[in-house]
Write a protein that binds this ligand. Sequence first.
Ligand code: HEC
Ligand code: HEC
Ligand code: HEC
Ligand code: HEC
Length: 365
Amino acid sequence: MRTLLVVAAGVVALFLTIAQFGTAGWTKPPILAQQHGFRGTGMDQIQTRREAEEIKAANLPPTPADPVEAGTDKAGAVYQNVKVLQDVSVEEFNRLMTSMTEWVSPEQGCTYCHNTENMADDSLYQKKVARRMLQMVQHINTAWKEKHVGEAGVTCYTCHRGQPVPQHVWFDNPGPTYKTGFKPRNNGQNLASPSVGLSSLPYNTLETFLAKKDTDQNLIRVNATTALPESKGKPIQDAEKTYGLMIHMSESLGVNCTYCHNTRAISNWSQSTPQRTLAWHGIRMVRDLNGDYITPLTATFPANRLGPTGDAPKINCATCHNGQSKPMAGAHVVEPYPELAKVTETGEAPKAPDTQPAEPAPAPQ
Ligand code: HEC
Ligand code: HEC
Ligand code: HEC
Ligand code: HEC
């Protein structure tokens, strides 16, 4: 009997060993570890070499189009229906149209946005959306230059990557709809949702934290600010929502919590990395983009592009970052396209964020 058990255990162990190599999720060495904080704090980023190569290969910036003569005629004077790029020379305008096609609709070509019988016609929704996207890109590269995107900047390619619909968009997630019978009370959680790394955390965290501009500045903060409780504090459910967002941020950037936090004092700003401050502004930028640019386009999008509650496809950290802490590995993608790095519109003045993001609250000790 005993020998039988030993043999059975041996067989099971053998199968488990083989299964470990063949099934997903098993990490094959060599491991790349990068120290990110002070010695002894364990603030390391850990990847396998293969993972690092795959991520790098998936985030190569496209070659910019060849430069053109400066030109004197402005697009606003030559063409009939130019509202954003009026001040750009005709040569640069056409170069940008070619690049936009390569970035957004390489397969469909100009016809994705244009009725080629009349290029000035605005009947396709894609052109109306694209015009707003031009303004959004100029806004990101100017209003958010110092606080987030820096010299690197963004182009249409940062999000679109040769696809009309970026790979990473999200919708309001109302959870399962039960037409009849018992409605189990799930408290908005316990469903493996991709937005929280397939964990059982609340599945609609992006709607809570990233959809609106006028979100309470301290909504994400859950730690007590005094050593002993003085008031009732936030419920554990709020901490779960914060955790869900943090998982989204970590996965989008391909990093772990210690890229931003010293986990012995998560909330403490003086022990956090400078990247945490950039992330703080990133959160406000995403709210700004969704609130001012994407949500107002809801009526412009056709119904088949909208989410289950009729909302527009929105932006999150992964839309630009796509698994990297610096999108396109930090390449200065906007440099060859100066018209996207300034506000060219001459008509209505661009809207700056209503409230300038203040410095993060001082560390609660
Ligand atoms: C992703 C959408 C998109 C694609 C693809 C695109 N365009 Fe455009 N195009 C626009 C938008 C938006 C405007 C208006 C810009 C503005 O208002 O400042 C425009 C305007 C124009 C105009 C000015 C028309 C007028 O008289 O007002 C021309 C010409 C033009 N595009 C040519 C092209 C060509 C050629 C291609 C293909 C190589 C192309 N576009 C691909 C979105 C696009
Ligand atoms: C910060 C990310 C981001 C950037 C940068 C960006 N877009 Fe978009 N774009 C989106 C999102 C999100 C959508 C909504 C996806 C959908 O349509 O389902 C979208 C949708 C579109 C659509 C409609 C596609 C469709 O068929 O529904 C067009 C056209 C478009 N963008 C053009 C552009 C152009 C041109 C630029 C550069 C001037 C640009 N975008 C830059 C995020 C971005
Ligand atoms: C890219 C940077 C970044 C990463 C990665 C990150 N965080 Fe955060 N975290 C922040 C920022 C920024 C805030 C403050 C947000 C605010 O105040 O709006 C924050 C806040 C928090 C808070 C609330 C602190 C308080 O004062 O109440 C907790 C808890 C937290 N993070 C946990 C985590 C965990 C756990 C992980 C890993 C799964 C993680 N974070 C990964 C940037 C990050
Ligand atoms: C519109 C595109 C876009 C969106 C959306 C976006 N970022 Fe960024 N992010 C960038 C760019 C561009 C940089 C600058 C890279 C550089 O300086 O080379 C950057 C840099 C960062 C950095 C600094 C990385 C480093 O190693 O120095 C952090 C942290 C960061 N972003 C966090 C976030 C978080 C968290 C979100 C979502 C709440 C977010 N970002 C959303 C474009 C974006």
